[in-house]
Design a protein around this ligand. Structure first.
Ligand code: TRP
Length: 341
């Protein structure tokens, strides 16, 4: 249910509004969140404050936030079960981030590999890029989250969050739940269709690389039809780099059907070559993604409804984050006298 239920575990995750969601995101992050919302207090934040650690076009950012909300809802995030909200709508995140930055040694942030990678690529590095993981810690700790489902690339940030929580608890007394990362397995990696050696990543619509959740049927079919394969004709799973394209198509089929490997291979026993494989995979992808695209369009065509959902999400998030923030401030000696509130 939507109400906060103390007996349940709390799960928090964030997602950047940084472009189109693709099938890899769906089969990884989103399906995991959709499952977790069934038996946990679930919070998903669209982290626009994180997005502005690199320069964004303001109009585009606002559009992307709404599109991301629409596609998450379309893909099965149920606003009755998950508190879906935009990070900047809840002020406690920015304020909490400041408070936590004052108990976070600079050296901890300078060691973050994501910071090192991203800052090396930029001429001028903004302070926010360095303090990014402190904001992420505030996101998580304000909700007393027990579990944080993320990809492997975020593990270090969750470990930092644990360190910050422990340090704060040590300095000011038990305040924060120390959260556990729930790292998605990398085993079921979906690769780019144009280049099956590189992981499917955000890319332009129609580029032949990714299958976007919002792609039209013709684009999905064309992308799969043109997918890189090899010169053989055997339709079996394989670790062989040469056969990575076919392996990727079979993996997509496997994850969308939920069958095991031998079940998948049995389905293609009578197929005549890769043409048949591609057609079957394309039919399945279209069957699964077309309803998501349609639902997404419905949300985008009804901005008032989307606003209502995001406003309700922000209200519910505030109801948890605000009292927590007050507790944190009190611990630090920053309590606001009631008369001044
Ligand atoms: N940094 C995360 C990413 O890029 C997004 C994120 C922000 C997040 N706040 C979070 C993830 C809190 C989990 C919990 O993927």
């Amino acid at each position: 249910m939507s109400d906060f239920t103390p007996a349940r575990k709390t799960v928090f995750s964030g997602i950047q509004p940084s472009g189109n969601l693709h099938l890899g995101n769906y089969l990884g992050a989103i399906q995991q969140w959709v499952r977790m919302q069934e038996d946990r207090n679930s919070f998903i934040s669209i982290v626009d404050l994180h997005a502005i650690t690199v320069t964004q076009d303001p109009k585009e950012l606002a559009t992307r936030v709404r599109e991301l909300a629409a596609v998450l809802l379309a893909a099965g995030i149920d606003p009755e079960k998950t508190t879906l909200f935009v990070q900047s709508h809840v002020r406690a995140h920015a304020e909490g981030s400041w408070l936590l930055s004052c108990v976070t040694p600079l050296g901890w942030l300078e060691r973050m590999t994501q910071y090192k990678d991203k800052s090396a690529k930029q001429q001028s590095v903004m302070t926010g890029l360095l303090t990014y993981p402190v904001l992420q810690a505030a996101d998580i700790l304000l909700y007393d989250a027990h579990e944080v489902p993320v990809g492997q690339d975020q593990k270090q940030h969750i470990e930092l969050t644990r360190d910050i929580a422990q340090r704060f608890n040590h300095m000011y007394g038990e305040t924060f739940v120390v959260p556990e990362p729930v790292i998605r397995k990398d085993g079921a990696r979906i690769m780019g269709l144009d280049d099956p050696r590189s992981k499917m990543s955000k890319s332009e619509a129609g580029s032949g690389h990714a299958l976007l959740l919002t792609d039209e049927e013709v684009v999905l079919r064309r992308t799969i039809k043109r997918a890189t394969t090899d010169s053989g004709r055997e339709i079996t799973f394989s670790e062989d780099a040469e056969r990575a394209g076919v392996n990727n198509l079979l993996t997509i089929y496997q994850l969308l059907t939920g069958k095991d490997r031998s079940g998948v291979e049995a389905d293609f026993k009578d197929a005549r070559g890769y043409g048949d494989l591609k057609t079957t995979v394309a039919d399945l992808v279209v069957e699964k993604l077309a309803p998501i695209r349609a639902a997404c369009t419905r949300y985008l065509d009804d901005p008032a409804e989307l606003d209502r959902i995001l406003q309700k999400g922000a209200d519910r998030a505030r109801a948890v984050a605000e009292p927590k923030l007050i507790q944190v401030k009190e611990r630090m000696g920053l309590a606001v006298p009631a008369a001044l509130l």
